[in-house]
Structures are given as C-alpha cells and as structure tokens.
Design a protein around this ligand. Structure first.
Ligand code: GLU
Length: 431
C-alpha cells in the first residue's frame, strides 16, 4: 500500500492541469476535501455484547452539485482511503457531466462476520451518526464494496424516520419497491461493458477472438462477465477474495454466477454442484490472474492491485478499471511505456453513479422510467463521454487517465470560475 492513497490521487491533477482550461487557484481548491466526519457506531450484537465500529463520511467538492458517492463496509477502511474515494467521485461525476460533486463513506467492519440483524443495526446506527451531514440536496450515499440494495433500503428508512419525512432521494441504489431504479443494480457492470464495446468499434476486433480476465466477481464482475459472454467474448479467468479459476476454453458465465451466488465463492466451483462436469478449471491466485496472457484485463475488486512491482509483468494490452483505483502510484507510467491502454476508473466504472443520478431524478419527480429507457440513456452517455476522453487522449498524446482528468478539470474549472476568480476580485476590477 502507498503511504497515502489521497496524496497519490491528487498527483493526477498537476499532470492533467497542463492540458486543461483551469486556473491555478481553482486547481488548488480541488486538492482538499471540503469536510470530513469520523463517527463511532455502537452496536448491540446478537449475543448481548456491545461492539463499537468506526466510520467516515467525506465530502470532497460540491461546486457542481450535491455530493455523491457510496458507502463501503470493509475491514481495511481508513480516513485516507475514504478521502481518495471521495476525490475520485468528484472527477467521475465531472467526466460524466452529471450535476454532482464527490463524496464517500465507509465503516471498518467485515460484514461477512455479522448476522443480518447485526448488519441492519450497524447500517441504521451509521445513518444516525451521519444524518446531519447527508440529505437529498446536500450529500447522497449509494452502495459500494460489500454494501447492497437491502442496506441502502435500511439506510433510507432510517433517514426518513429521523427527519419524519419519506425521503427516497437521500440514497440511491435502493431496492426497486423502495424507490430504486430499474437497471441500477447492473449499471456499473454495464458501463464497463459499454466502454469495451466502444474499444471494439474503434479498433475493429471480433469478440470471439478476445480473451478476458476479471479480478473480483461481485456485482460488477458478474454483470460485465455476463454481458461480454453473451456477445461471444471468452472469459478465461475469474476470481474472488478466496482465489481464482482459469480455463483456456472460457467459462460458461451464467452457470458460474449461479454457483457463486449459491456457494458464495468461486474457487473450485467446478468441483462441486451441477456445473462440475462441464469444464476443467485450473486454480490460480489473484496475483496470477493479473499477469495472465489475455487481451482484456478487468480489475474489479479493490484499489492498488497493480503496482510498481507487478506492472512490468502485466501482459494484457487493454485494462479496463472496474474497481476504483486498482492501478497504484507509479504503475501507470510503467504501463504507458509498455503501450498498455488503460480505460480509467473515473470513466469506466461511472455507469453506477450515472444510473444513481437517474434514480435520484426519478425520486425527485415521482415518475419512474422503464428499463430500456435507462439502458439507452446510459449507453448514450457512456459512449459520448468515452469518445470525448479518447479524443482528448489523441489530441494531447497522453494516457487515457490523464485525458479523463483533463475532461473533468475543464468542467470543474468552468463551474468554479463562474463564481469569480482572482481577476474578477482584483483591485483594478473592483476600483
Ligand atoms: N460506489 C459507486 C462508485 O464508486 C457508486 C456511487 C453512486 O452511485 O453514488 O462509483
């Protein structure tokens, strides 16, 4: 792990600023988080004991709108990580042109060790602690690593009870009957898929000729795998936190998804249950998966998995970042020198927050759209912004991450500067 994920995250700003239309003072503002909140959440456990969990909510910048970003439940959550994640949300929303700033939240907990009721008490308790910090027009949480629609439902209900007003627009990624949007659950995976389809169009390849490895088989990994598989891509390797499997001939993704969701693990799924006779699979580690000789690598788990140490061993010519921050400090330059094209997280995984925005709009208007409408809008927006970023990359001869930051900085610069800059407030102008 680097010393500070947040410090590493902001280094992208100076790199991109030289190509962006933004003033130095506007750039400076973006190097800080507006507000950070640390809370402790006491939870009564099922055995009668009390445990206290630490949690955070950070708002990075709200110039372009209320802040937006998920809440993760993970044992390694730290303030520094949540700050970096909130920073990435500001840039993700700006890349996509959706009217939000960036925020993030997290609780230090391994949710797999909690019972359902303990998880509910923790979710509600966390909202009780951050209730004054969030709101439908100030800061809007959503799911992230190890949180899901059910948790969002509890959180929205808790918020609504405290403010004594049904407030679906305070949280997105909710269950459909509680004001969730159709298409939100699969939106992040779909966004990654649309990016790959744009590459396919640009580079003119045939899906059947391309092999794919996916690290992480949660919500995102499963949806992107299913969509690519349907189009004929060969998914030769997948993994989860327990380890991975490899098959040269590619996996039958629908049956793996079925088994994973039944047994809760991917390792050795081919040795048990109904799918075991179908395909021979070799067990691999998460580290080995990253270094496989495949065409497309999708890191879809946690941050900082491709580092200075393994970047020179990556063989995939295309990396599409499903997770936030999977490529660590210093690794980008090594990959760029080796001509590996990286579709960056703030574009590639932006499908989730984009459909969150659609959910929020539907909640605010009280009028709900059908699923085809959601998919079409998402596809159009992903394709437009992908091409905007791709064109900037070609124009400035830079990597695609830098181009995405340039695109976001142009939008952020316009918004910050519309409020006035040093030239507007200088003595000669005011005189
Ligand atoms: N947690 C997701 C992300 O990192 C979604 C955030 C949202 O929908 O607000 O983009």
């Amino acid at each position: 792990m680097p010393t500070s994920l947040f410090k590493d995250a902001i280094t992208h700003l100076d790199k991109a600023a030289k190509f962006a239309d933004i003033e130095a003072e506007s750039l400076e503002r973006l190097k800080y988080c507006r507000a950070t909140l640390e809370v402790s959440v006491p939870v009564r456990m099922d055995d009668g004991s009390l445990r206290v969990f630490t949690g955070y909510r950070v708002r990075h910048d709200d110039t372009r709108g209320p802040t937006k970003g998920g809440i993760r439940f993970h044992p390694n959550v730290s303030l520094d990580e949540v700050k970096a994640l909130s920073f990435w949300m500001t840039f993700k929303c700006a890349v996509m042109g959706i009217p939000y700033g960036g925020a993030k939240g997290g609780v230090m907990v391994d949710p797999k060790h909690l019972s359902r009721l303990e998880l509910e008490r923790l979710s509600r308790g966390f909202i009780e602690q951050i209730v004054d910090f969030i709101g439908p027009d100030t800061d809007i949480p959503a799911p992230d690593v190890y949180t899901n629609a059910m948790i969002m439902g509890w959180m929205m209900d808790e918020y609504s009870k405290i403010v004594r007003q049904y407030t679906p627009a305070v949280i997105t990624g909710k269950p459909i009957p509680l004001g969730g949007s159709l298409g939100r659950n699969e939106a992040t995976g779909r966004g990654v898929y649309y990016c790959i389809k744009e590459l396919e169009k640009k580079l003119g390849w045939t899906p059947e000729d391309k092999t794919v490895a996916i690290q992480g088989f949660g919500n995102l990994g499963q949806h992107v795998a299913a969509l690519l598989h349907q189009d004929g891509y060969r998914i030769v390797a997948i993994s989860d936190s327990q380890g991975g499997i490899y098959s040269d001939s590619g996996f039958d993704i629908p049956s793996i998804i079925h088994t994973k969701n039944d047994t809760k693990r991917v390792r050795a799924v081919y040795c048990e249950g109904t799918v075991c006779e179908v395909v021979e699979a070799k067990q691999i580690t998460n580290e080995e998966l990253l270094e496989l000789d495949v065409d497309i690598l999708i890191p879809a788990a946690l941050e900082d998995v491709i580092t200075k140490d393994n970047a020179s061993h990556i063989k995939a010519p295309y990396i599409v970042e499903g997770a936030n921050g999977p490529i660590g400090h210093g690794a980008d330059d090594i990959l760029a020198k080796r001509d590996i094209l990286v579709v960056p997280d703030i574009l590639a995984n932006a499908g989730g927050v984009t459909v969150s925005y659609y959910e929020w709009v539907q909640n605010k208007s009280g009028y709900y759209w059908d699923v085809d409408d959601i998919h079409k809008r998402l596809e159009k927006r992903m394709s437009e912004e992908f091409n905007n970023v791709y064109n900037l990359m070609e124009q400035h001869h830079c990597d695609m991450r830098t181009a995405a930051y340039v695109h976001a900085l142009n939008r952020l610069g316009q918004a910050i500067e519309a409020q006035g800059t040093h030239t507007f407030f200088s003595e000669e102008v005011l005189a």
